[in-house]
Write a protein that binds this ligand. Structure first.
Ligand code: NAP
Ligand code: F7E
Length: 351
């Protein structure tokens, strides 16, 4: 049997880096697509990179999801057995500022890969699409979403991903491709981008622990999300492609916490106590320590989105049953992992 060869778009991102590690451990040859950038963008994968002049199972290729030729050429050259499409403009807030770019990358980018697979007649490739809980958006009175819930995206990002979800399904049904969607709810880790709310909070609080004088400006503190750990979730991406048949799966923890609750729990890990005062745009967070009160968290309107998704909680029953999904990280363990890692980073930055 041919050795498994994976192609990962978005390999420099949070999930791409964990997935690459996982697949290397499983003895895959792993190829990743990286974008040309004027400054280094490979910090999450530097530890697994080996100069290709030496023996390695890990290879990087310049390409871009907005460039059909690069997508086609890479797939043609590598002839992967599995393709994980994790590349995206993945920031919901930014998608309102760059909607067209978001559509090109997070929507049409998926079509470019599927078309390359079809043109090359590589029907044996297994294709994974990184779909998202942002497909849901509106609750319609329900407090939990599964594979058959109604979609109603609320951002250009959500709409771009909706296109990707459906084109994946259409190529599966029309051309018999092994093409599956993982509808993943929020997942975080010490490698989460620093402009996503969880990492923004853990970076801030850990620097505060070491004496920083900064103030944290946030948007909607009452938004609730179903937060899991990226390490648990990339394992499910792999398992989705190991199924006998292509299919779509929700991956979620089934528990939702607010941004404010995330702050409270992260603070507790650092032996901090936060006192909340005021309401709405006037809400403020005070750090209580040594009998002193310090104003450390304020609201800034600019972090609200034009259309907010207030509440997301997932029902992953199908994944629990079919993929034997058993997350290793609870919400508390996830927060602890992020805080502990950012504390080490903050200490390094000081010295
Ligand atoms: P991330 O950290 O933002 O990583 C995104 C990756 O996409 C980066 O490697 C980025 O490259 C790459 N990328 C951006 N534009 C590209 C382009 N034009 N061509 C090729 N690659 C491009 O995202 P993540 O959190 O790992 O998420 C992975 C995937 O899952 C994304 O598709 C995301 O939308 C989806 N998703 C994420 C979550 C979550 O909670 N994390 C939940 C559901 C779905 P650079 O490093 O060069 O920017
Ligand atoms: O926001 C609120 C914000 O940007 C979470 C992406 O991985 O998960 C992610 O999208 C919540 C939202 O993630 C700030 O309004 C408050 O309600 O961390 P986030 P997201 O929008 O849920 C989904 C599943 C994906 O697919 C996406 O790719 O927190 N919030 N204050 C804030 N958010 C940010 N970023 N910054 C704030 O200051």
């Amino acid at each position: 049997m041919r050795r498994k060869v994976a192609l990962i778009t978005g390999i420099t991102g949070q999930d791409g880096s964990y997935l690459a590690e996982l697949l290397l451990k499983k003895n895959y040859k792993v190829h990743g697509v990286i974008r040309k950038s004027s400054s280094f963008n490979t910090s999450r994968i530097d530890h697994i990179y080996v100069d290709p002049h030496n023996k390695t199972n890990f290879f990087l290729h310049y390409g871009d999801l907005t460039d059909s030729n690069s997508v086609y050429n890479i797939i043609n050259k590598i002839r992967p057995t599995e393709v994980y499409n994790l590349g995206a403009q993945s920031h919901v807030g930014v998608s309102f500022e760059n909607p067209e770019f978001t559509a090109e990358v997070s929507g049409i980018g998926t079509l470019r890969i599927l078309e390359a697979i079809r043109f090359l007649n590589m029907k044996k490739i297994k294709f994974y699409q990184a779909s998202t809980s942002e497909l849901f958006g509106e609750t319609y009175g329900k407090n939990i979403f599964n594979e058959i819930s109604k979609f109603h995206p609320k951002s250009p990002y959500g709409v771009a991903k909706l296109y990707s979800y459906w084109i994946t399904s259409v190529y599966r049904e029309s051309y018999g491709l092994f093409a599956s969607n993982g509808i993943l709810f929020n997942h975080e880790s010490p490698r989460r981008g620093e402009t996503f709310v969880t990492r923004k909070i853990t970076r801030f609080l850990t620097k505060k622990k070491l004496g920083s004088k900064e103030i944290l400006y946030l948007g909607n503190l009452n938004a609730k999300r179903d937060w899991g750990h990226a390490k648990d979730y990339v394992e499910m991406q792999w398992r989705i492609l190991q199924q006998k048949k292509p299919d779509d799966f929700v991956i979620a923890t089934g528990k939702a916490f607010s941004v404010k609750q995330f702050i409270d729990i992260a603070s507790k890990v650092l032996n901090f106590k936060i006192e909340w005062k005021g309401k709405g745009l006037k809400e403020q967070g005070y750090l209580i320590h040594n009998n002193k009160k310090e104003l450390i968290i304020k609201i800034d309107k600019k972090y609200f989105r034009p259309n907010e998704v207030d509440y997301l909680k997932g029902d992953a029953s199908k994944a629990f049953k079919q993929l034997n999904f058993k997350p290793k990280y609870s919400f508390k363990k996830l927060v602890e992992d992020m805080v502990e890692s950012d504390l080490i980073l903050a200490e390094k930055e000081i010295h």
